[in-house]
Design a binder for this molecule. Structure first.
Ligand code: AHR
Length: 323
């Protein structure tokens, strides 16, 4: 098991992760009463369900009043929720942006209202960087690279081509953009790796299955499926089995997240490798919220600790999976 991104919850000094000061909001007492407005993406995946639960439980534990909104994967709903938090004058706003672009206006409104914003899990376009205080989440480019590195090792002895099907996450989202880019970067030096189809399955099981069925009709026998999350991989497994093939053997499967359901599938040899993406961000988020509300310095970026798991490790790891 290889450890990735060892930066968890550390206050990082130095020029890259320059600490920044925030305007103190109404809750200057770090232990005092605070209201956090949290605009969640939706409930598209097992990962997301675990993330929402983690945020809700952590807020309770930390004594922070949570205003929680589910945007059902729609940017306009998330923007409306954030505007509602601004009207309500919450102390801090946190959100996981469904897509990267289109946040300038609402982030400027939060800034004008002097309400600090923390991004969790997903990023916004770099030009909007001055408009939020801190980012808490994963390095999605690295996740894509890890997927590619596994593939390169797995096919080290293959001289012929390796045909890859890619199931992308939600179009325009940071994890879809970055996991695609990281993977492409890792495999680009060897021309035997060919991405023969790359389509969005919107991070859901149903769409993953539907898109995989269509892809299998067009590309009879790809060697590899690279799914940007477990739910799409699990949906695709159903499609592969219904097409009379063995997932994990006839088509090798690389997935991202590390949900219990995916570990069960990996134990059954239907998934070959999982690049972990940790959704349990709640406690770290609440610490950041308290610090930001008190006007303390916080790191610009806090990354989570994550691993890569192979089939050999699935059985041992399964009982301790927390999501
Ligand atoms: O942003 C994180 C991604 O969103 C997870 O990998 C996916 O499962 C979720 O829907």
């Amino acid at each position: 098991m290889k450890r990735r991104a060892l930066l968890a919850a550390v206050v990082l000094a130095g020029s890259i992760l320059t600490a920044c000061s925030t305007e103190p909001s109404s809750g200057e007492d770090p232990d005092g009463e605070l209201v956090l407005g949290f605009a969640q993406v939706g409930s598209e995946s097992g990962w997301r369900t675990a993330n929402s639960k983690s945020v809700q439980e952590a807020a309770k534990k930390a004594g922070i009043t949570l205003e929680f909104s589910d945007a059902q994967q729609k940017q306009e709903n998330q923007i409306e929720a954030i505007r509602g938090f601004i009207r309500q004058k919450v102390d801090v706003i946190a959100f996981s942006p469904v897509v990267e672009s289109g946040w300038g206006a609402v982030l400027n409104e939060a800034k004008a209202a002097k309400i600090p914003v923390i991004l969790t899990d997903r990023a916004v376009d770099p030009e909007n960087s001055p408009l939020y205080t801190s980012f808490l989440g994963s390095d999605f480019v690295e996740e894509g690279e890890e997927a590619g590195v596994w593939l390169i090792k797995e096919y080290a002895d293959r001289s012929g081509t390796v045909d890859i099907v890619e199931l992308q996450g939600t179009t325009g989202s940071a994890p879809a953009n970055d996991r695609k880019a990281g993977f492409a970067e890792a495999i680009k030096l060897d021309a035997k790796f060919r991405i023969v189809a790359s389509r969005s399955g919107d991070f859901t099981r149903a769409k993953g299955k539907e898109v995989m069925q269509a892809i299998l009709n067009a590309h009879k026998s790809p060697d590899v499926l690279y799914a940007h999350n477990d739910d799409m991989a699990l949906g695709a497994i159903e499609a592969i089995e219904e097409a009379g093939m063995e997932p994990g053997t006839d088509i090798k499967i690389i997935s991202v997240d590390g949900t219990k359901d995916a570990f069960v599938a990996m134990k059954a040899k239907k998934i070959n490798v999982i690049v972990e993406c940790n959704p349990l961000l709640g406690d770290q988020l609440m610490r950041l919220v308290r610090q930001v509300a008190a006007g303390r310095k916080v790191p610009r970026r806090v990354e989570t600790v994550e691993d890569v798991y192979t089939q050999e490790e699935a059985e041992e790891a399964l009982p301790s999976r927390q999501y």
